[in-house]
Design a protein around this ligand. Structure first.
Ligand SMILES: Nc1ncnc2c1ncn2[C@@H]1O[C@H](COP(=O)(O)OP(=O)(O)O)[C@@H](O)[C@H]1O
Ligand SMILES: [Mg+2]
Length: 349
């Protein structure tokens, strides 16, 4: 896919100068504080922007939070750095000291959203991990056997495809915590819902869970495109509309970490060193870039940041069974592989 609309921006450039972002604190802009549910606290993220649409999408996406809870700040500015008196050659800056990101020339809520993800990982406690993946519980109706699954994989690996297929399978009951990203409490390997009031999703992902929502997509605000079949179209939509009330869960105790790979040449065989393989991550054809730890939102600006992520995954690996699943044939082969390898089903391939 060469459509540049899907590309994420260049990585954030770290700024060392403590005063570099100071001019932004004096800019006349709107402010909204929202909260991302963590394992036992809420991470407050403040959005400051001179773009009203970004502020209103932000408010619609997340739960409100109080200023006391602010742990990170995102400046999403429509103009160039110089327009605000900021000296910078780059348009995306990360000030680790203030846990602040400045985005310039920004008119994309998708960029704000990935930045929220990045800052949450940056300010999280060592007892939690923000993972890019689907967290869900799957129960085999006949036997009652339950698996709590964290399905990770780079963007476009087939996570949503797999989970939506399982939801449509009458033999299983599936309850979703998060389709794409959220926190894991490492003490008890429990995945928790982000608390989003409306999910920010690709329209195509919504349709893979809820084909009947196609009509509703034309009545809600969209971004990127207004064609639901365009991979670039994103919407804000209530979780129950996508998954159904009965298929939502606030938390799930994880039993399995499943790493899904679509890109050719990944790992080849079950890796001898799972941690190193996780750290390498995979290439996302969707975003045309590598995603270390299978998470394109991480701000890995230092050895310390990489070490923290490594430690968190090492802790998770001690608590769950890890499996590597390949999605290099048909969708049906991937789904059959999941049922057989992870759920222990007798599947005819
Ligand atoms: N085995 C496959 N064969 C063909 N297309 C696939 C296969 N697996 C996934 N896709 C397609 O790739 C795209 C990305 O898949 P998706 O499940 O949305 O990925 P993710 O949720 O991991 O980002 C979707 O359009 C999906 O239909
Ligand atoms: Mg997905």
């Amino acid at each position: 896919m060469n459509d540049k609309r899907h590309d994420l921006p260049a990585p954030l450039v770290a700024v060392d100068d403590p005063d570099r972002l100071t001019p932004l604190t004096r800019v006349n802009a709107g402010e909204v504080v929202c909260g991302v549910s963590g394992s036992n606290r809420t991470i407050g993220v403040r959005l400051i922007s001179d773009n009203d649409r970004l502020l209103s999408w932000y408010e619609a996406n997340w739960q409100p939070a109080s200023s006391d809870e602010v742990a990170a700040t995102i400046y999403a500015m429509t103009g160039a750095p110089a327009d605000y008196g900021v000296r910078a050659d780059h348009y995306r800056l990360w000030d680790a000291r203030r846990s602040a990101v400045a985005l310039f020339d920004c008119d994309s809520y998708a960029i704000v959203k990935v930045t929220v993800r990045g800052v949450c990982s940056a300010v999280r406690s060592d007892a939690e991990l923000y993972a890019h993946g689907c967290a869900f519980e799957v129960t085999h109706r006949a036997s009652g056997e339950v698996h709590g699954v964290l399905l990770i994989g780079s963007s476009g690996a087939g996570k949503t495809t797999l989970v939506s297929a399982l939801m449509g399978d009458p033999e299983y009951r599936v309850r979703i915590v998060n389709d794409d990203w959220g926190v894991i409490d490492l003490a008890d390997a429990t995945a928790h819902f982000t608390g989003e009031r409306a999910l920010h999703m690709k329209a195509r992902s919504v349709l893979s869970f809820a084909p009947e929502a196609r009509g509703a997509l034309s009545t809600i605000p969209t971004e990127g495109s207004s064609d639901p079949d365009d991979p670039g179209m994103r919407v804000l939509i209530e979780p129950a509309t996508v998954f159904g009330y009965d298929s939502l869960a606030d938390d799930v105790r994880l039993t399995d970490l499943v790493v899904l790979n679509r890109a050719a040449g990944d790992f080849g065989v079950t890796p001898d060193n799972p941690l190193a393989a996780l750290e390498t991550g995979a290439y996302s054809a969707y975003y045309q870039r590598a995603e270390p730890f299978f998470n394109g939102s991480l701000i890995l600006d230092s050895d310390t940041a990489r070490d923290r992520e490594r430690h968190a995954f090492a802790a998770l690996l001690t608590r769950v069974r890890t499996s590597w699943l390949w999605n290099q044939g048909s969708k049906d082969e991937m789904i059959a592989g999941f049922k057989q390898d992870i759920l222990g089903a007798a599947v005819k391939l």
